[in-house]
Ligand binder design. Sequence first.
Ligand code: MSP
Length: 509
Amino acid sequence: MKPPFYITTPIYYVNDVPHIGHAYTTIASDMMARFARMEGREVLFLTGTDEHGQKIQKAAQAERTDPKTFVDRVSERFRQLTPLFHLSNDQFIRTTEDRHIKSAQALWNKMKEQGYIYKGGYAGWYAVRDEAFYAESELINGKAPTGADVEWVEEPSYFFKLSAFQEPLLTFYRDNPHFIGPESRRNEVIRFVEGGLNDLSISRSSFKWGVPVPEDQDHVMYVWVDALANYITALGYPDENTSDFKKFWPEALHIIGKDILRFHAIYWPAFLMAAGLTPPKRLYAHGWWTNEGQKISKSLGNTIDPVELVETYGVDQVRYFLLREVPFGQDGDFSRASLEQRINSDLANDFGNLAQRILSFVYKNAEAKVPTPSSFEVQDEALLKAAQELLPRLRENFEKQALHRMIEAIWELVGAANRYVDAEQPWALKKTNPERMATVLYVLLTVLRHLAFYVAPIMPQTSERLLALLGISETSISFKNLIEKKLESGVQLPQPEGLFPRIEKERKE
Ligand code: MSP
């Protein structure tokens, strides 16, 4: 039995509407959720919105709206990413839901009961944009290291005894070498913790938009305590005995951006340990996108609207580009020129053309039916073997979240299949050796079947279309089915149609 799989995205702040950076994290997580489902694993895929805190309160005020009306509206925009990008999340959580408020308060109570929360007063710097406290020594030219403005905050506050977790955390990182990926991020976290940890202010008393601190209505929880708890709320916390909690919590993988590593790699395991819970199994931090070389920001007015992008280029094209263009874990640059280049070369020329050549040839010259092969030659066996042996390579890279490597490996098969068509020239065999032609076409259709399965986590709609063109009415596209079943000879194929239109127009920047 394969283990269950729990994959989460960060929950998105609703101070701003979704842009391509947000969509990226969720699309990458979607690829992994879909792959795990094809493995026959039981999957819970969670995304949602982070709706409390000073930043959101200010954004609502700026629009002269009450915070609840404001968050309801913006959260809906994030929810709409699911149909837009064909995301397969099982839940969409909001931190303003009752179940979550109950869960965050229960987590607080647990930490308090264990003696890890005490009351004091905070005097120091706070950056609303980052929703983070900074020490004087961290400031650069009077700003947060992220460039955010800071303000001086002096107010009564509850503290979390983070300092007590320096040793437990270092031991935990040592005992769980795969807790943080990529490796470079793990080293960054360890160095930071080795430098010493101060207790953390975990409540605010100068504004109201947050989860009330249990038994002290003058305070709301620091938004990160509230936000991180979403990952366990979704499993039924505070009830640790739900089947979801027991099944999924030990298998949790949090996908995050590199900007929020500290919160997930240091605070979160410490909170959990303080509450008597185990930390998640793994975190993976991806990099940041720039837009045409520039930082993406609302103030620069260069955020990329996901809806416009999908309308212009197509959903699978955008998914493919985001997952393929940049090695997962590294920073990358978004540009329309590179998106169009990928669509034309990888999708239209390499993959689309392969499918089109084979399917229209079969349609016209093989009675639009899956032919019956005779004996396979060495080159046939080699290509079929390459198709089968792709799966273990995909699995290996999946374990490391090397999503770009998975895609590269699939495209190697596309390349091998295109070279095989050129070498075997089925069109030339039509008159000279129809029996051999049938075998060559059968081999190629089999490879297309494999490709239709392999691309399903990346481009679900394209996968479905290709399966239909292959006459496969598979309801469950699992890897078990891929391996155990075969393409059936004699099946009637529909009229072929292209998978990816080329982008012809020259763009003038
Ligand atoms: N609300 C917190 C997360 C709480 S998780 C318990 C938060 N929200 S956010 O909306 O500001 O950002 C969420 C995530 O969006 C980032 O971690 C990152 O994954 C993603 N990105 C936002 N802009 C991005 C880019 N320009 N590029 C890539 N990802 C980016 O932080």
